[in-house]
Design a protein around this ligand. Structure first.
Ligand code: KIV
Length: 275
């Protein structure tokens, strides 16, 4: 079973893997493949619920999907995102919502975006492991003016490094770095004693994370530079759906092998009173 200790032990020695999942069967498939960790990302707002961004996602949404993922994961560590406005408002809200997420889903850690140092300290003090998230933080999309690479200028990179150090000090066991230039991701990864989890932050990070719809070909939006499509399951599924429609319409399916058969005698007996 992967735990916070696995992240510590592998730091600087062995690269780790994380994928997002939002339902039981995908979590089970990811777990069966030996992926170290599963993130129930608030990206579910877009890829599962069809919202334009992550802002409308609620704590209840995260708990609903988190529960299903935890049931599917036997070995992988499950991290659940804290959604927009579930921790930004106060330390009390942060502890209350992190506590609900852990208690009601059975997940092993929470992740939150930004340098919410006091809120992170409070959650860690309550005994809940926290993954930070810096660089491109999708919950601040309106503030950033879109989804863009972060930490590119010297000043922005300096602030990013400072925030990473603060998050480590606050007690995070790992930090997700999203859309960060390689040199800065490498510098941060070397500087920190905790793990970095990269998404668009180069192979210098200790761990990589991708959204499963992106890496399996299900995403319908524009593809970010860092996304590699490892399979095209959308195409496979389209083939299956179209073949199903064709076979139903031609009565090829269901064929005898997919049909329950009754003896002539029982059939005659069953209908005789209605004839
Ligand atoms: O919500 C999410 O899926 C994430 C990943 C992009 C890291 O936060």
């Amino acid at each position: 079973m992967v735990t916070v200790n696995t992240f510590k032990e592998n730091k600087g020695k062995k690269k780790m893997t994380m994928l997002t999942a939002y339902d039981y069967i995908t979590a089970k498939n990811i777990d069966d493949a030996g992926i170290d960790s599963i993130l129930v990302g608030d990206s579910l707002g877009m890829v599962m619920l069809g919202y334009p961004n992550t802002l409308a996602v609620t704590v209840d949404d995260m708990i609903h999907h988190g529960k299903a993922v935890v049931r599917g994961a036997k070995n992988a560590m499950v991290v659940v995102d804290m959604p927009f406005m579930s921790y930004q408002t106060s330390k009390e809200d942060a502890i209350k919502n992190a506590g609900r997420i852990v208690k009601e889903t059975g997940c092993h850690a929470v992740k939150l975006e930004g340098a919410y140092i006091e809120e992170i300290k409070a959650i860690v003090n309550a005994g809940i492991p926290v993954v930070g998230h810096l660089g491109l933080t999708p919950q601040s999309v309106n503030n950033m003016g879109g989804y863009k690479v972060q930490g590119k200028s010297a000043d922005a990179a300096k602030k990013l490094i400072e925030d990473c150090l603060k998050l480590e000090e606050a007690g995070c066991f790992a930090i997700t770095l999203e859309c960060v230039p390689r040199r800065i991701a490498a510098y941060i990864t070397k500087k920190l004693h905790i793990s970095t989890i990269g998404i668009g932050a180069s192979n210098e990070c200790d761990c990589q994370v991708l959204v499963w719809q992106d890496m399996t070909g299900y995403s319908d939006g524009p593809k970010a530079k860092f996304v590699k499509q490892f399979a095209n399951l959308y195409e496979e599924e389209q083939k299956a759906f179209k073949q199903y429609k064709k076979e139903v319409e031609s009565m090829e399916y269901p064929s005898t092998e997919h049909t329950y058969i009754m003896s002539d005698e029982d059939y005659r007996e069953a209908i005789k009173d209605f004839e």
